[in-house]
Design a binder for this molecule. Structure first.
Ligand code: PLP
Length: 385
């Protein structure tokens, strides 16, 4: 019997080591990892610069509390705020905590409580973030949720218009819905939501926990759409696997997060901050980001070229290296066979295969992954049937 709560449907692979895009299990079998630890190890497993920064920090100290002056936290905040074109940062430990902070900040700044979010969104597993999430399966058995969350269909500006008023604290969205199935927001929808927020004095919160830190080929995905959100949240890729989350806000919000208003014992932990600084140094420059855009296009093209004749594939879509293959049936059996053949992928919802390779993936690795994907899909019972 396991002593773990069985909250995860675990795969029968136990990693022994990992480097770059590759993982080796305890039996010596090699896998191409196109999950990046669910969008976390954005510059691959064990990037040298991050490893060095973490080791250096561990040799100095690894926890002192947020009561001390901390120039490394300042440096990380400056890099993150600059990359987002924003002003202030609060460091937490995870994506859910970052969103929790964003929700608190928006409510306090506006003195309002109602928050509009979207169907199929995912914002986390704490009470506020579960309440913000527009998927019933996440909330099952945990009710009642936090009050005053309203859910409207994604990419439907008329629905936002109908729901918004001068009682709304915030509209919160993902620019590309990740867990909900890799749905990319339309430019007119996203800009329309921002305009409605401005019109009604609501805060515009963008959850960049999965889309941020270079995943889509920009530091943050909202930068493709000419948006100026009030609050952006980050986590996952920010620490390359060391736990960290961040609320990034504009200056007009700083007075609402003053001393004693919000906090976290571990938030902005020195080791995670060291990892985050090294990660941002590696990712936030144009060569890497342009390469992500190119590789994303190449990966989509390769999937389309090799799988265009497979009838159960409905659509290939995404932004940068955040890609979904929508199928007309459940993809779990395919993903299991792909793992047997040495390629690890994710699902997003029941019918979408999700690819989140490291941003450092090579074209040869993409070719190899697509070769395995095509062979497994073409041999699957779904295709033969
Ligand atoms: N928001 C988005 C868009 C996510 O994809 C996730 C995690 O998948 C979260 C929030 C929650 O992050 P965490 O699991 O770090 O709490």
């Amino acid at each position: 019997m396991s002593n773990l709560f069985q909250t995860y449907g675990r795969w029968e692979i136990e990693p022994a080591s990992a480097q770059g895009s590759w993982m080796t299990d305890i039996n010596g079998k090699k896998y191409l990892d196109f999950t990046s630890g669910i969008g976390v190890c954005n510059i691959g497993h064990r990037p040298e610069k991050v490893q060095q920064a973490v080791l250096e920090q561990i040799n100095q100290y690894w926890h002192v509390s947020n009561l001390f002056t901390n120039s490394k936290q300042e440096e990380a905040a400056t890099k993150l705020a600059t990359a987002a074109g924003m002003d202030r940062v609060f460091f937490a430990n995870s994506g859910a905590e970052a969103n929790e902070g964003a929700i608190k900040l928006a409510r306090k700044a506006t003195g309002r409580t109602k928050i509009i979010t979207f169907l199929n969104s995912f914002h986390g597993r704490t009470f506020a973030t579960m309440s913000a999430t527009g998927q019933d399966k996440i909330k099952h058995g945990f009710g009642p949720m936090l009050e005053k969350f309203v859910y409207v269909p994604y990419n439907d500006l008329e629905a936002v218009k109908a729901a918004i008023g001068d009682d709304v604290a915030a509209v919160m969205l993902e620019v590309v819905q990740g867990e909900g199935g890799i749905h990319v927001g339309d430019q007119s929808f996203l800009q329309g939501v921002e305009a409605l927020c401005k019109e009604h004095g609501a805060q515009f919160i963008i959850d960049e926990i999965q889309t941020g830190i270079g995943r889509t080929g920009k530091p943050f995905a909202f930068q493709y759409f000419g948006l100026t959100p009030d609050i952006v949240t980050s986590a996952k890729g920010l620490g390359s696997g060391f736990p960290i989350g961040a609320v990034i806000g504009r200056e007009h919000l700083s007075e609402y997060f003053g001393p004693g208003s919000h906090g976290s014992t571990f938030g902005g932990n020195p080791v995670s901050i060291a990892a985050a600084i090294a990660t941002m140094n590696e990712i936030f420059h144009s060569e890497l980001l342009e390469a992500v855009q190119e590789k994303g296009k190449y990966l989509v093209e390769q999937i389309q070229n090799n799988l265009s004749d497979v009838p159960f594939i409905k659509e290939v879509r995404g932004l940068g290296l955040m890609i979904g293959i929508e199928c007309d049936q459940a993809v779990a059996p395919l993903l299991s066979e792909l793992r047997n053949q040495g390629l690890i992928l994710l699902q997003a919802g029941e019918k979408v295969i999700r690819l989140l390779p490291p941003l450092t993936v090579t074209n040869q690795e993409i070719d190899e992954a697509v070769k395995i994907l095509a062979a497994v899909i073409k041999n699957s019972d779904a295709v033969k049937a």
